[in-house]
Structure formats: C-alpha cells, structure tokens
Design a protein around this ligand. Sequence first.
Ligand code: PMP
Length: 298
Amino acid sequence: MADRDGWIWLDGELTPWREAKTHVLTHALHYGSAVFEGERIYEGRVFRLSAHSARLVNSARLLDYDLPWTREQIDDATREVVKANGLAFGYIRPIAWRGSEVMGVSAVGTKVHLAIAPWAQEGRLSVQVKPGGIRVTMAKYRRPSPEVAPGAAKAAGLYIICGIEKDRALKAGFDDALMLDWQGRLAESTGANVFLVLGGKLVTPKVENFLDGITRRAVIGLARKRGWEVEERAVMPQELDDASEVFLCGTAAEIVPVGAIDHRHYQVGPMTRTLMADYAELVRQPDCEGFGESVHFA
Ligand code: PMP
C-alpha cells in the first residue's frame, strides 16, 4: 500500500491517509465480516454512486448487520472524499466492518465501522488491456450455492476463492479466471461479470447467488438501447465453444475483451467494441445516474 498524502473518510471524519488504521483484533480480519464496494470517479463524479451505496447497505444486511449510516449519508460522505482529495478520475473503496470490541465468532457487541478510501487513477484497474483481449482460464473453485453463502453480498469473506483463483491464473500466465456456479453453469470472473455473443445475441449468466454487477446492468441497458437482444439465462461452459465474442465487465475493469479462454480463441468483435465505446461515453455523462436497468435492493 502506498504511503501517501490524502484523505480517507473514517467513521464520520476525514482522516489523513496514514492515520486511517484498525486494530489487529478486528472481527472482520478474523471472521471475514467486512462488506465493501468498488466505485469509479469520472469527471469528478462517481458513476452510479447511489446504486453502489445501496448495495453496500444491502450487503451488510445480508450479513445480518445494519450500517449506522443511510444510503444518502454514504453518498454524501463519498462526494466529500472525492472533493477533499481533488479527484477528477479515480477509484473509491468504501468498506464497512465489525470492530475489535469483542473477540469471538459472534459479532454481537462489536461496533460497525465505515471507511471510504480514494485512489487517483485513470484507465482500467485490476486487469491490463491487451490489443487482442485478455487470456482467461477456468477456475477450480466454484461460486457457492444459496444454501452455503449469501452470494449477492459484496462481502470480504466471499472473495477468498476469487483471490486464490486470480493468483493461480496469474502464476499460470493468464490474466484472470472464470468461475462456475455450484451447479456447473458459468458465473463470473474473480472481479467482473461475463458476456458472450452467441448467434448475434448478447448472452450473460442469469444472476443466482453471485454479484449482479452495476456495470453488467449498465451494459444490458446500453445493448437494449441499441435494439440488441440480450438473454439473461443459465449458460453452460460448453457454450463458450460457440461464442464469437466474450468480454468481462466490472467497475474497475470496465469492459475488457477476452481473447482466449484456455484453448478457445476469440476476436475482439464489433459488439464488444461498440459497447466499450458506449460505456466510455455513458460514464462521462453528468446525468447517467439512473441509466440502464435499475438495481433494486430491499
Ligand atoms: N463479480 C465480482 C466477483 C466482482 O468483484 C465485481 C466487481 N465489483 C463484479 C462482478 C462486477 O460488479 P460491478 O459492475 O458492480 O463492479
């Protein structure tokens, strides 16, 4: 982690970057109870800020705790961080967690904390863009079933598998790994959702107990605006053999063309290129907040 100047919003206060610390006995460190978001700043505005803040609140609820801040307060705090750090382009990481007040599996009695940290960065994060698309391998681990974990939560504990698979992929010379769900259907990559072009149609796995990306929703909206057919359905891994284009999408990655999945090779095709251009335009629009299919949380 960089040692640097700047401000992190921590439990209601703008705190100097170097002083934003937590104790080693933090519940989240031992038992994975943190929930977080990844957001992007374009032209000084956070893309779909309210949807991200709402998902953060909802992720905590799925882990059975309430944040002591409302969605609106989190929106305001995030804008404060962007302003205090003077950022036009960058990445934002809000993270909520259960504190160090009580030691044990039960988090009852711990305080809920919230930090919002910024990075000044333009361009893609998390994967490098390559002219012919990135190289992906199939993951060994699968996303959990709804009986095993609340997969709709963007929870730290659910990223154990993502971290293992991302590192395994990098060590083997790939850029990322694609995970199946518990029933052997395509799910998501370690930090993004996946789309295929099959017979001229855009196809993406129906979200069942994995992350319903805010970027994914925006991409579906952009495609439908162009009059393209989009299918959200169960997608079997064998269907990758017939795809003419494949891409990943997520806040950090934006839209990233996939050039290969193990032995399969793909062109960076016209639908991917068009959506990349549409997405780059969308995120820079001042009134893009409500665009695309809206994401509703309880
Ligand atoms: N799946 C996983 C596992 C992710 O980490 C992300 C990135 N948050 C996504 C999908 C895409 O979500 P979003 O478009 O909301 O960033």
